[in-house]
Design a protein around this ligand. Sequence first.
Ligand SMILES: Cc1cc2nc3c(=O)[nH]c(=O)nc-3n(C[C@H](O)[C@H](O)[C@H](O)COP(=O)(O)OP(=O)(O)OC[C@H]3O[C@@H](n4cnc5c(N)ncnc54)[C@H](O)[C@@H]3O)c2cc1C
Length: 407
Amino acid sequence: MAATISEEEFFAEAKAFLDANAKPRGEQRAVWGQGSDQVGIFPEKTREQEEAEVAEAKAWRQRVFDAGFGWITGPAQYGGRELPGSYERAWQALAARYDTPPSTPFGIGLGMIAPTILAHGTDVARERYLQAMYRGDVIACQLFSEPGAGSDLAGLQTRAVRDGDEWVITGQKVWTSGAQYSDIGEIICRTDPDAPKHKGLTGFVVDMHAPGVDVRPLRQMTGGASFNEVFFNEVRVPDDHRLGDVNQGWTVALTTLMNERASIGGGGAGAGGTMGIGRLMDLVRHMGKAPDPVLRQQLADVFVHTSVARYTNLRAMAKMKAGQLPGPELSIAKLSLTQNMQRVSQLVERALGPKITADTGEWGTYAWAEFILGVPGMRVAGGTDEVMRNIIGERVLGLPKEPRADT
Ligand SMILES: Cc1cc2nc3c(=O)[nH]c(=O)nc-3n(C[C@H](O)[C@H](O)[C@H](O)COP(=O)(O)OP(=O)(O)OC[C@H]3O[C@@H](n4cnc5c(N)ncnc54)[C@H](O)[C@@H]3O)c2cc1C
């Protein structure tokens, strides 16, 4: 890709924008007892808090986009700057040094749905949604899982029936993260009930505000309600909102799932990686447990495994940079992330003991309960640990396929 601006000029432009619009983050490592002690994965929030956060995130994204940093690598036709991936990485690294609103509401839309619309959407869908998504005007969710179809996604039952230039969708999705504030969703439906299960599916972009869409929150054990069940009662979708060919929805779903594993697993090398081993060492010291040989062993274990995960992620990124598909590395990245989160949970449980069970107001102690209760959700979301192990066993190690219950 030919760049019209040198990387140095781009960096200077980005720095000038951030200096003018955000505060530098300052000391990366939190000082024990100071600032927020929140480490929750699915933190508990009221709807008002969530709405305020989403509004703040949208306003920031709009400013970033209008200044030319919203879709650095994207096609100019849809508002992108067509610059190489190294410019995007430079922006990410620089922006991480500033205190900006969290981009959580856009994680699914930009990490998974936008790349799928770009790859499989019609011109109408690309024109209508891509720029709006990267500018933060439109938020998207992923409508894949159903009560009877999670790991076995191809078994899904939500129906889409053609009616002239429209499709009529009826059925139920579940565990839809962020549906409560989303404007559109990528939905996979069954369009040919007589075809083999992987061959009778079709993908669509559905308007979450359309008549017949009913979003109901699901409360999880962390106290938060970040996901929902979504009911579709004869919801009409124009044919130009179809993703890919009719009955080729499995290919569309795989595009999204590959990007999902990249965004979940590639984001950090596990909790020790994202929050810093320093924070865990501080915790152990402040609990007076530094001499505990088991905890010392656990700390070393977290450090080693998060380092290995980071190097594996770098290998996957290098492959993508070279124009290759990373494939199975993404399953390794996702599994490493959740395994490392589990290691951190076990370490924290041992360091804190009973302090994890009651909120005494002591800084940096009970706050970990939200993290520990959130880890099982991460081990399920985006493909469970067991399913990741199957993929790694079969596609990386070349082991025989597991026996199927239905054959
Ligand atoms: C936090 C969170 C956010 C989510 N967000 C979304 C979202 O935004 N959109 C969306 O569509 N979905 C979402 N999901 C749903 C998620 O994709 C599914 O939960 C996941 O795919 C597992 O499906 P399931 O819950 O039906 O479990 P099941 O597939 O029923 O699995 C039950 C158990 O059986 C095991 N199992 C199943 N098959 C095999 C096998 N072949 N070999 C070995 N073990 C197996 C599993 O590992 C698991 O332990 C989310 C889930 C969570 C937890």
